[in-house]
Design a protein around this ligand. Structure first.
Ligand SMILES: Nc1ncnc2c1ncn2[C@@H]1O[C@H](COP(=O)(O)OP(=O)(O)OP(=O)(O)O)[C@@H](O)[C@H]1O
Ligand SMILES: [Mg+2]
Length: 487
């Protein structure tokens, strides 16, 4: 019998780049196949080709034995294929409930028959993904994890036979990952075929029946998750080694005047208080990690420091009061934030985005900096003339980090830099940060919920919960005193 999803000889070229080359894969009913590979290896492109969002140059995609390659996306959707995008795409003017209802009624004609059972079914699905308490809210007001839930709810509503799930775990806490894993497992239990992409290797391995690894657009290994993770090529090009840092002595800077002082800072969004009397200090050359779950207020804190949201309280940088300064003035003073939302210039090339970062530096300095960054992230070198908006998720993340570093900031604020990065890139980034600590005057403020990345580098750690700090201390004490909900 034919598998629900059969892909063979699938090939996609973008100009001179072969993003996917002669790929083969099969997923049966009631099966989850994990698709892994480094950033830019072609995973999302494979999904877009199956879904008909991109047209293949060659190859076959069969759904239940029927050829669909080259068909428009809406027809493929009607054949029973659904995609859960990494970036949620809800209808922003409709409530959560209406969003789910619309997914239940893909065909506009059917809306004529919208009846009470549609409403019941939508509420049932919302309850299943734990959205029942926010049914009447607009998506724009939802926290990150709830938006991901809505994206999954819409997929459940469309009830596709073949489900493509692209990076569902990115940015989620371990508790949320467990929830989402259970939901994906329920697709399998109901006899769907699931193709899953994610860089959370442990959670993927725990969930999938089989794994398939790709690199530079091509197949490299397939088998049980265990066997694939042990494959030598997979280890070399994807997994890398464990994150290690050199032992360090506490910085003498800790005793000197702090570079950044945040005192009693509060931020309101309308009536909601996003930050509540928060105080923090970062010494010159110190590395401070702020650890907190989704919605705890990390991004708000960083935006307040960078002058991007209005706040009350005092923020001083290098002894100067930042009150009343614009974001641009604060950036010129040497505070550079690499935002979670990346904020790249999409129509500009990789190279142009980097050049903009370095425009205030003397020519020779910016040239050296550029060379170092392209060595650090070699994939950016090979994509240097490509428009930023067409980069893969992880490539965009690398570009955002590289652009921030290009500015040679005195204080570098990194907001969730690990989002969407392959393990091997995390290891590289970790080495680069360590290298910066040893060889430059840079001071770093890092926001993360990924503590395996946040702790090894940190001199000090703050834990942010519900808009205020609940703990501060050394990374060594973190595991014992504050780690329960993160580890
Ligand atoms: N429209 C496009 N034009 C040019 N190149 C593109 C285009 N879309 C994707 N690419 C390139 O194709 C390669 C594969 O991209 P894809 O998004 O499939 O990677 P991925 O495996 O999903 O990576 P990640 O893990 O970072 O999300 C990337 O190097 C990307 O830059
Ligand atoms: Mg991708």
């Amino acid at each position: 019998m034919a598998d629900l999803l059969e892909v063979s000889g699938l090939t996609k070229r973008f100009g001179g780049l072969v993003a996917v080359k002669d790929m083969h894969l099969r997923v049966g009913a009631g099966e989850i196949l994990g698709l892994i590979g480094p950033n830019g290896s072609g995973k999302s492109t494979v999904m877009k080709l199956i879904m008909g969002i991109e047209k293949p140059n060659a190859g076959s995609v069969r759904i239940g034995g029927v050829e669909v390659a080259g068909m428009p996306s809406h027809r493929i959707a009607r054949m029973g294929v659904g995609i859960v995008f990494q970036h949620s795409r809800p209808l922003h003017r409709q409530t959560v409930l209406e969003n789910i209802k619309l997914a239940l009624l893909p065909d506009s004609l059917l809306q004529l028959f919208a009846a009470s059972h549609i409403d019941d079914r939508a509420r049932e699905i919302a309850a299943r993904v734990h959205l029942d308490h926010v049914m009447d809210r607009l998506p724009g007001t939802l926290p990150f994890a709830d938006l991901r839930r809505l994206e999954l709810a819409r997929a459940i509503a469309r009830n596709p036979k073949v489900v493509l799930v692209d990076e569902p775990f990115a940015g989620l806490t371990s508790g949320e990952v467990a929830d989402f894993s259970a939901l994906i497992a329920s697709f399998r239990a109901e006899g769907h075929a699931v193709l899953l992409v994610d860089h959370n290797v442990k959670s993927v391995a725990a969930l999938v029946d089989r794994a398939l690894a790709m690199y530079l657009g091509e197949f490299i290994a397939e088998g049980t998750a265990d066997a694939v993770m042990k494959d030598e090529t997979v280890r070399r090009v994807y997994l890398g080694g464990a994150i290690q840092t050199a032992a360090r002595t506490p910085l003498e800077a800790n005793n000197s005047a702090p570079l950044l002082e945040v005192e009693d800072v509060s931020v309101f969004y309308g009536k909601a208080q996003a930050l509540q009397n928060v105080s923090l200090h970062v010494g010159a050359r110190e590395f401070v990690s702020v650890v907190g779950l989704n919605g705890a207020g990390k991004t708000t804190l960083f935006n307040a420091i960078s002058g991007l949201v209005p706040s009350t309280g005092k923020i001083r940088f290098d002894g100067h009061d930042l009150t009343g300064r614009t974001g641009a003035q604060i950036a010129r003073a040497g505070i550079v934030q690499c935002p979670e939302s990346r904020e790249l210039f999409g129509e500009m090339s990789v190279r142009e985005n980097l050049d903009l970062g370095g425009q205030h530096l003397p020519r020779d300095v910016s040239a050296r900096q550029l060379e170092w960054l392209l060595e650090l992230f070699p994939i950016l070198k090979s994509r240097h003339s490509q428009a930023a908006r067409t980069l893969s998720g992880g490539e965009q993340q690398m570009l955002a980090i590289a652009r921030a570093l290009m500015m040679q900031p005195r204080l570098l604020i990194l907001d969730e830099p690990t989002l969407g990065l392959a393990p091997v890139i995390l290891e590289q980034l970790s080495k680069a940060l360590e290298n910066l600590r040893q060889n430059t005057e840079i001071t770093v403020l890092l926001g993360e919920q990924n503590v395996t990345f946040a702790l090894p580098h940190a001199d000090r750690v703050y834990v942010l919960e519900h808009a205020h700090f609940i703990w501060e201390g050394s990374p060594e004490r973190f595991a014992v005193e504050a780690g329960a909900q993160f580890l």
